[in-house]
Design a binder for this molecule. Structure first.
Ligand code: 1HN
Length: 325
């Protein structure tokens, strides 16, 4: 065993850079001039890839899962949208994850709470499919955006006659990155609802957003969009964007990570030279600083989930127009 004193003198007496490097290594110092890779680069680069997941595929997969696993066994019957980046098994993008979820008639998805902020976009459900957030029952309606801010208790139930389907979006990868994760189960399955209300800050019905979009003016990048909340949750910005049939948006790029789901219509989005075709329910992701532009074949509404609030609060956010995507 080399003593601490010996290690210090090996440093002090190092006859060459090579020897100095050898003496620094056991002390867990790395000489800045010996970096394995640069730690700074000229502009954002990410290993996350643009990708698209089809609602028709998700639905077929969830229906099969409905035959094969119940909500109790699964905890949540969901299909994560995993970025096709080598070695990745979870994240949709660096800060966000999204998943399609289904609950069968008669099922309960038990109540829990966690640090990550969550929200859902309801795709399909009949009456009597609901979520319970901190004891408030919220009946789900297609097109709703329903919030579950960090550490709010939440569970789901379906007392209707048809399965309920929605998409969950969470900032779990951001929480993994900065590590303040907490997670608890509610004792006794699904928390009982002490009240029922759709008139609260956790509910954004689609009809209200469509009404706001009617009088929305284009933003400085030519986008016709409204924000849900300001922001909806501390880490997560939510937007509904309207695209007229046969129109293309201006190409742009931004440092934010964005997940889009088509709420209605059909079209395509060009992302860094690749074209992704989408229709209602499909979801695609745009990693940081990838140029993109949407093109609507039919009149369309896109829902956007973004880490803009994080980037903006920290002073990192940038956005710019591009000549092409
Ligand atoms: C979660 O709590 C739900 O409550 C859905 O329905 C998806 C994905 C990652 C972590 C927690 C839910 C989730 C999730």
């Amino acid at each position: 065993m080399t003593s601490a004193l010996d290690m210090t003198s090996a440093l002090a007496d190092a006859p060459s850079l090579e020897a100095l490097r050898g003496a620094l290594d056991p002390l867990d110092f790395m000489a800045g001039w010996n970096k394995h890779e640069p730690s700074l680069w000229k502009e954002p680069r990410t290993r996350y890839k643009p990708a698209l997941w089809r609602w028709a595929d998700a639905k077929a997969g969830l229906d099969a899962a409905g035959r094969l696993i119940n909500a109790e066994q699964a905890e949540r019957r969901n299909l994560f949208m995993v970025n096709p980046l080598e070695g990745n098994h979870y994240d949709t993008l660096r800060t966000l994850v999204s998943a399609y979820q289904m609950i069968l008639p008669g099922e309960e998805a038990r109540t829990h709470r966690h640090s990550p902020n969550a929200l859902r976009l309801v795709l399909e459900c009949a009456e009597d499919c609901f979520t319970i957030v901190d004891g408030v029952r919220i009946d789900m309606r297609p097109g709703d955006v329903l919030l579950t801010p960090g550490m709010c208790w939440h569970g789901h139930g379906n007392q209707g006659k048809r399965p309920g389907y929605w998409i969950d979006y969470l900032d779990v990868p951001l929480v993994h990155l900065i590590e303040p994760m907490f997670f608890d189960h509610w004792d006794g399955g699904l928390q009982a609802a002490s009240s029922a209300s759709r008139d609260n800050p956790w509910v954004y019905p689609l009809a209200a957003q469509l009404e706001r979009l009617k009088s929305a003016a284009p933003d400085p990048f030519g986008r016709l969009r409204v924000e849900l909340g300001a922001p909806a949750m501390p880490t997560t910005g939510l937007y509904m964007e309207k695209l007229a049939a046969g129109t293309a948006g201006r190409p742009l790029r931004a440092t934010e990570n964005q997940i889009f789901t088509a709420v209605s219509g059909a079209g395509s989005t060009r992302i860094a030279g690749q074209t992704f075709e989408w229709r209602r329910g499909d979801t695609f992701c745009i990693p940081s600083w990838h140029g993109f532009s949407h093109e609507a074949r039919e009149a369309s509404v896109l829902f956007c989930v973004s880490d803009y609030p994080v980037q903006s609060k920290l002073g990192f956010f940038r956005i710019e127009n591009l000549p092409s995507a």
